[in-house]
Write a protein that binds this ligand. Sequence first.
Ligand code: UGA
Length: 449
Amino acid sequence: ASSASPKITVIGLGYLGATHAAAMAELGFEVLGLDVVPEKIRLLEQGRAPMYEPGLDDLLGAHVAGVEGSSGRLRFTDSWAEIGDFGDVHFVCVNTPQKHGEYACDMSYVDSAMDSLAPHLTRPALVVGKSTVPVGSAERLAARIAELAPAGADAELAWNPEFLREGFAVQDTLHPDRLVAGVRSERAELLLREVYARPLAEGTPFVVTDFPTSELVKTSANSFLATKISFINAMAEVCEAAGGDVVKLAEAIGYDDRIGKKFLRAGIGFGGGCLPKDIRAFMARAGELGASEALTFLREVDSINMRRRAQMVELTRDAVGGTLLGKRVGVLGATFKPDSDDVRDSPALNVAGQLHLQGAQVTVYDPKGMANARAIFPTLGYADSALEAVRGADIVLHLTEWREFKELDPAALGEAVTRRHVLDGRNTLDPEVWRKAGWTFRALGRPTA
Ligand code: UGA
């Protein structure tokens, strides 16, 4: 790069890419984004995020060219030639879902992004992979770029995994806990330091390493988080058997700061587009590397997680008298976590779906996830509010811990239902408040009364 600021492109404009593109513009860079889905580009060009993510619309509006009062630093295109022409640093942010019917990760979006980009790398450029990939991918992709790029050795790859959480994407991108750079040259490291100068100046740790370590940092971090959740959910199972209270238990062990309080919320478990598929892809990759024994515990992490969904279904069935047939179930929450509209591998929607398949009449309400839920599960009932979802219900299930649900008035809700019976699948409702309002309250991993 010259003395002028490097020009940035972002390829793939989902949760990761749209946020990264807006954040790069916020940091002062000229940014050009590309996605192969025209609808996404159309929304982004109006300064609107293609998904619900707190603060992202504002950040886009502040920078997308053509939006009134914006910096104009963020633009979009569908042309690979324009991307190649424009960028000094190309961030590849496409998704890597689970392969259909297999544990392995589907690399086709990453592969095709690299294959489309490489022939247009006509001048020195750094391609930076941010997608979550199986270890060994960066090495393979670097060879592919070297083969396809006209600029030859002057087009280089770096790996820079991303750790943002949905619901906190903007904050996590602008103020990350750490930055990780898998690099093969000093030039690549310096260019990344330049791009991330602001967070680095704020003291963000910068871990420089090789390709495989940088890829593994990401998958091992998500595996650790998944393990922590399944650990506390395993304790919930034991609490259920022994009459203990997992919420108290988590609080008490969490005071030990070697253990820590975070990610010890017992409930129906983890979902979303990352943790479930990442631990499976990690197991599949370890198998290919002949290291599957090292990760057999992740199989257990996965089963504990799936068992919690089944337990929720069973508790519901027991609570309504042994059969779900014709029973009305009001479901609060559809997204895999609050402050997101994402329903990918959502435990809430999975539980609702299982109840429906067992003959219950399920009505779902979610503050932001309704359109996505309807799209993948059109046969469930949907209501426009929590109150409407529980109207006439034999039982109410709290499955995604939106703030709105914590603030519900159990007395008012009690007027709408047929039976005041609530199951808390996220352990964030206050049992005392509900019981006082005449509800039978049960929660995963907690005593019955
Ligand atoms: C996760 C990681 O937290 C991010 O660091 C990572 O960058 C991201 O995956 C990714 O790989 O892209 P995210 O999927 O947004 O982020 O969601 P989390 O906040 O990790 O929650 C995942 C699931 O675990 C949710 O379903 C949540 O309800 C559940 N969870 C979380 C629990 O059941 N208990 C907890 O204590 C915490």
